[in-house]
Design a protein around this ligand. Structure first.
Ligand code: ADE
Length: 419
């Protein structure tokens, strides 16, 4: 039976067309869907998915269903749900969805519980909230769980922490660690969609601005590259000395956040860690600065601290909160500090989500058809699957590449030949 808690089923018609639009740029997922429809590798599988409910995710859910899975979907962030996509999934595709854009924390967790009532055999997470909830109040579900998958860096970090403390009780495939995921989704996806979110809600000019990127992981690199490409003067904040050197040699200024606070115009956090921009930094900032977060959770900016030192705040445009500090300066916080690419834009383009969600589909198949020979722990997706996705993607782009000759393969496998 299809169950739901969504904003408005009447939005389905618009959602359906947008899902089709996304599908136009998801050729690898389409190939997998066509095979799944014939072979039904996920037959009778109960799945709980906690993902951003977007048109791209809709195509993933449709693919899993085509493979035979009985899917329930909830949101992995209260602000990222596209209500029309949710409505179409329910109405047009018969998939149970529990997600409303703007839901509060209590509803967010109620929806997770509704997805878990399904007694999933496989969990699919973006940020590890399903896994952490199961390991808390829903431990009775663990014995029937075959495994899970995790989409994002933050989730993988949480899961590795559970693994190292010996508390993770089932196997997880770290989809984020696939090359065809993080090289593209994290770098080019986050790079573009973060800028998209900032521009949609502020219409600010990037050219000539001092654009502060906090964190130089794959997401930070993509963001710095794209901001720079639009003429911003990029400053990178980083704690890892190796990454900091890379940022310098990539041509950016690198400095501590305390110094960047005095000169930046736009600040974006993408570290995955807590309290990166803190109470002591806000008063030093210039009047009118823009602050946003593109990391998974809304913990990177100390919003409670910002409220404490402000004399007033108001919503000046959708997703733009103006805080007036006691010293008179104004600070513009975007999207309540939640990931700005999904709060104010549509997330990563379908073209990159194609590879991420090809990984998710094939990881689910790998777990289910292997009937989990894997023990508890966090595992990468097998390299052959990663390579297969890359090959299909290149083919779909109409790009051909060379193959190693027999002689070249032998040379690479030999040690005798030198100069
Ligand atoms: N994460 C980032 N962008 C996304 C999108 N478009 N759909 C689902 N998850 C995402």
């Amino acid at each position: 039976m299809i169950k739901r808690d969504i904003t408005d089923i009447r939005l389905a018609a618009s959602g359906r067309k947008r899902i089709e639009w996304a599908d136009n740029n998801m050729p690898v997922l389409r190939i997998i869907r066509e095979r799944f429809s014939k072979e039904k590798p996920l037959r009778n599988l109960r799945m709980a998915c906690c993902l951003h409910v977007t048109t791209e995710t809709a195509n993933l859910a449709i693919t899993l269903k085509a493979g035979g899975a009985d899917v329930r979907l909830c949101a992995s962030n209260p602000l990222s749900t596209q209500d029309d996509a949710a409505a179409s999934l329910v109405k047009d595709f018969g998939i149970s969805v529990f997600a409303r854009r703007g839901e509060n924390n209590a509803t967010y967790y109620k929806h997770i519980a509704q997805v878990l009532e399904h007694k999933p055999q496989i969990t699919m997470d973006d940020g590890a909230d399903l896994v952490s909830t199961i390991h808390g109040k829903f431990r009775h579900l663990i014995e029937s769980i075959i495994g899970g998958t995790e989409e994002t860096t933050t989730g993988v970090i949480r899961l590795r922490s559970m693994e190292s403390k010996g508390v993770l009780l089932y196997p997880i495939i770290a989809v984020n660690d696939s090359k065809t995921k993080h090289f593209f989704d994290n770098r080019y996806g986050t790079g573009q969609s973060t800028i998209d979110g900032i521009l949609r809600c502020t219409n600010t000019l990037l050219a000539g601005s001092r654009f502060v990127v906090c964190g130089y992981g794959w997401c930070g690199r993509g963001l710095a590259m794209r901001a720079s490409g639009m003429g911003a003067r990029v400053i990178v904040i980083e704690v890892d000395p190796v990454k900091a050197i890379e940022a310098v040699m990539d041509g950016y200024d690198v400095m501590p956040i305390a110094e960047a606070s005095k000169v930046g115009d736009i600040f974006v956090t993408v570290t995955g860690d807590i309290n990166v921009i803190r109470k002591e930094h806000f008063p030093k900032m210039k009047d009118g600065v823009i602050i946003a977060n593109s990391g998974h959770f809304n913990v990177e900016i100390d919003i409670a601290g910002l409220k404490k030192i402000s004399k007033s705040d108001r919503l000046i445009r959708p997703e733009v909160q103006e805080f007036t500090l006691k010293n008179g300066k104004r600070i513009y916080l975007l999207g309540e500090g939640r990931l700005i690419n999904l709060a104010a834009a549509e997330g990563h383009p379908a073209m990159v989500m194609d590879m991420s969600f090809a990984n998710q589909s094939l990881a689910a198949e790998y777990l289910y058809t292997g009937k989990s020979k894997l023990g508890k722990g966090v595992y990468p997706i097998p390299e052959v699957i990663d390579k297969k996705i890359a090959t299909l993607k290149l083919k779909s782009m109409g790009i051909r590449i060379d193959q190693l000759s027999k002689e070249q393969k032998e040379y690479l496998a030999s040690w005798e030949m030198g100069t």
